[in-house]
Ligand binder design. Structure first.
Ligand code: ADP
Ligand code: ZN
Ligand code: ZN
Length: 760
């Protein structure tokens, strides 16, 4: 029988299909034809799949495996092609993906693909260059010009390693002014011509002058020594220090030592807004080190370039957001991982694989035998629990702000009193806040205002007191948010923040034909109020949220302008709560500290504490006094009063007690199953039977909640129900999930979220 494949297989590999489901967790075996040479683990290949042998991309997850035993007459299929040689994930990442696919209930192929940035996959930014070299057996020519001879001589003098060479460089070496002689020599076959395709990467240089503290504080020294002492081994450290206590300085010192030991350090920061600042600071402090930046706001070719630099082992420091935890660092080079602002929610990916960058960092550090440092002024309850209760992580405290920094005076404003006082434009901006803004500006200070809500007004409602109409999205159980086209113009539209639907604002109430009004305030409304009430030039006020920041360049230029003092009042969503370091900020205002507090989520208090505390940390970084004003309808809530006193430890102790009493994370480990169906009955029925099925497997301390409609019961026409499962430990949860896997598969209709951080 003639074989389907002409060449014999020289070896066999196991592959995981990219879009594959969980059907073949151990992978599929394929033969490798001779022409492909040997394939490496972590390589991207194309294989024939299914009856039709559809070319399908897949990752090699095991090499040199045994030939499978097939029934007579059947042949093992062969790998069609390998992708560009450059696309190879280091073997340890393949191991990590295998673990992730188990832990997070996500198939291994797609998990591996998550690790590869899109532009690397698509080859964006690859440049093909022509290179020339001496021909091996050049035909003899009698007539040769002196320029041509010069070219040949220059090439002959070059060491092997520098050949082939670019024509332009060769012209320089031979002092020839035109490419003509080279072209002639190629035409006569005295020179050979090669084409090489590669990424041509340059390093970023955007450093700021970074002052080096002359002396570390006692607490910093203790932390640096303790962390450095674990270089070379796995260890987990929690660096808990109020904002401005010098955590970054601690990272810098430990990174120095990690590099000195011949390795590289990986630094993870939340979201894009922080990366440039942190990167610039590190570049300032490491002027002669090579720093790669991995984040989605770079151009596609830049992302490809930076990734390649890392893969080639050229970077000393790698800095990036969540997915940078998958930086393709060659095996053995990783000596330290830092996760800055480890409590930040952006480290968790909200689509499959729903991994947590911080937890992956810990796992990767463990596999790489290197320490991981989690830093925060407001550690997540999980990390606090690991350090204080489980003691699997070492706690280091920086209790004081660094020398030269002051703690801001914090004032809580009860908005109920403001509303009752009932004068001003009041329920949005209290008298105290208004007065302080004026005073700060008069003294040439800068102001930072936080409101975690986009748009102009979060609600459109009927003006009649007796009518209950409120505008909802047709496809989601959520209010439509009013957006103005321009801050000072009435014209606008409404948008659903869950499905993106945009509509015109109705002229009148559809139920009673009365006028419609806009209730509540988002950043646009605050901007309008500021522009109307503050007597300062328009360009001194700026708003920073994801509506104004379409490109990361916008963000940079706005932050730069704020840093130069050209913007006096910066207003924004949580984007401004993170890590910004501007010494002239003398006033911080939290317009509404309650945006998180009322959410039906057991982390509501934790989020509120973090938000208030982080934003207050943005001021008092320079000379003179500084103030933070927090507006709230819950002036006695522990999250707010303790945050205003910087009493994190007390907050954490109380919060952990609450989590233990209610048996939620970190006291337990959680998995959340979300059923999504277009039909309400189907959704509720499926969720109910899922809960039933899961509870059959619930042994030991595993608790399966009854199914219930989600807090957002419908998004984009899908009805949503969830079932949560808790277990005393991760091991018990994983054991339970292992069993559940037989009956339950994640997919379009069922999302499975392990260690969920959003309960909406
Ligand atoms: P964090 O990361 O905890 O917010 P930083 O490391 O950014 O704190 O430090 C805040 C400021 O204090 C920075 O400008 C830093 O240069 C400065 N700083 C840090 N450590 C010291 C020190 N030991 N002496 C003087 N200044 C310091
Ligand atoms: Zn919607
Ligand atoms: Zn009405």
């Amino acid at each position: 029988m003639p074989g389907l494949f002409d060449e014999p297989s020289t070896s066999y590999v196991q592959v995981a299909v990219e879009r594959g489901v969980d059907k073949f967790p151990e992978g599929l075996t394929y033969g490798v034809p001779e022409r492909l040479g040997s394939l490496k683990i972590g390589q991207l290949v194309t294989v024939p799949l299914g009856r039709g042998n559809t070319p399908t991309q897949a990752w090699v997850i095991a090499a040199s495996v045994e030939a499978p035993q097939l029934p007579k007459g059947k042949e093992t299929k062969q790998v069609y092609e390998k992708d560009r040689d450059a696309i190879v994930l280091p073997e340890d990442l393949v191991g990590l993906a295998t673990w992730m696919s188990q832990y997070y209930f996500s198939p291994i192929g797609p998990t591996l693909s998550t690790m590869l940035p899109g532009p690397v996959r698509s080859g964006t930014g690859l440049v093909t260059r022509q290179l020339v070299d001496l021909a091996e057996n050049p035909p003899a020519y009698e007539k040769i010009t002196s320029k041509q001879q010069g070219i040949l001589d220059a090439l002959a003098l070059l060491p092997e390693s520098e050949r082939p060479i670019e024509p332009a460089k060769l012209m320089k070496l031979a002092s020839v002014g035109s490419k003509g002689p080279i072209e002639k020599l190629i035409a006569r076959k005295q020179l050979t011509c090669h084409h090489v395709t590669r990424v041509e990467a340059t390093w970023f240089r955007q450093s700021v002058d970074a002052k080096v503290p002359s002396q570390l504080t006692e607490e910093q020294i203790t932390a640096v020594d303790a962390i450095s002492g674990t270089l070379g081994n796995y260890a987990s450290h929690l660096l808990f220090g109020v904002t401005g206590s010098g955590k970054t300085e601690v990272y810098i010192r430990v990174i120095q030592q990690a590099i000195a030991e011949g390795g590289c350090a990986l630094v993870l920061v939340p979201e894009i807004s922080l990366t440039p600042q942190t990167a610039a600071r590190l570049m300032g402090r490491f002027p002669d080190k090579r720093i790669a930046i991995l984040h989605s706001a770079l151009t596609k070719s830049q992302r490809h370039q930076q990734w390649s630099l890392v893969a080639e082992g050229k970077a000393d420091i790698i800095i990036g957001a969540r997915s940078a935890v998958f930086a393709p660092i060659p095996i053995g080079q990783l000596k330290l991982i830092v996760v800055d602002e480890e409590h930040d929610g952006s480290f968790k990916q909200d689509q499959s694989p729903r991994y947590h960058g911080r937890d992956i960092a810990i796992r990767r550090a463990w596999a790489s035998h290197c320490p991981v440092v989690l830093g925060s002024a407001t550690p997540s309850m999980e990390s606090w629990w690991n350090a204080v209760t489980r003691k699997i992580s070492t706690l280091h405290k920086l209790t004081k702000r660094a020398p030269g920094l002051v703690s801001p005076i914090i004032e809580i404003v009860d908005m109920k009193l403001e509303r009752n006082a009932g004068t001003i434009g009041n329920t949005i901006m209290s008298r105290a806040l208004e007065r302080n803004i004026h005073e700060t500006l008069a003294q040439n200070g800068q102001v930072l205002l936080l409101l975690n809500r986009r748009g102009f007004a979060p609600w459109i409602a009927c003006a009649s007191r007796t009518c209950k109409w409120m505008m909802k999205c047709d496809h989601c159980d959520a209010s439509m948010v009013y957006h103005r086209r321009k801050p000072l113009e009435e014209a606008g539209f409404v948008r659903c923040h869950h499905c993106g639907l945009e509509q015109r604002v109705p002229k009148q109430c559809p139920d009673c034909a009365k006028k419609v009004i806009q209730l509540g305030a988002g950043t646009q409304r605050v901007e309008a109020i500021l522009r109307e009430t503050l007597q300062i030039p328009d360009e001194h006020i700026a708003r920073l949220d994801s509506d104004t920041m379409k490109k990361s360049a916008d963000l940079h230029s706005m932050l730069d302008a704020f840093g130069r003092g050209e913007i006096k009042v910066l207003l924004g969503t949580q984007m401004i709560a993170k890590g910004l370091d501007f010494p002239n900020v003398k006033l911080v205002g939290v317009i509404d500290a309650d945006t998180a507090i009322d959410l039906p989520d057991f982390r509501a208090a934790e989020r509120t504490y973090q938000l208030v505390s982080q934003v207050c940390g943005r001021c008092g970084r320079g000379e003179g006094s500084a103030k933070a004003i927090i507006q709230t309808y819950n002036p006695t809530a522990a999250a707010i009063t303790l945050a205003s006193k910087s009493a994190y430890e007390q907050f954490a102790t109380e919060e952990i007690a609450f989590r233990c009493a209610s048996q939620v994370p970190p006291a337990t480990r959680m998995a959340r199953f979300i059923v999504r169906e277009s039909n309400f009955e189907t959704a509720s029925g499926r969720a109910e039977s899922l809960a039933l099925r899961l509870s059959l497997d619930a042994i030991g301390g595993v608790v399966v909640s009854p199914s219930a409609a989600c807090v957002l019961p419908r998004i984009a026409d899908k009805y949503r129900f969830d079932v949560t499962v808790t277990a005393p430990t991760s091991q018990e949860l994983q054991k339970f999930l292992q069993n559940a896997r037989k009956n339950v598969q994640a997919g379009r209709e069922l999302a499975i979220d392990i260690d969920p951080i959003s309960m909406l």
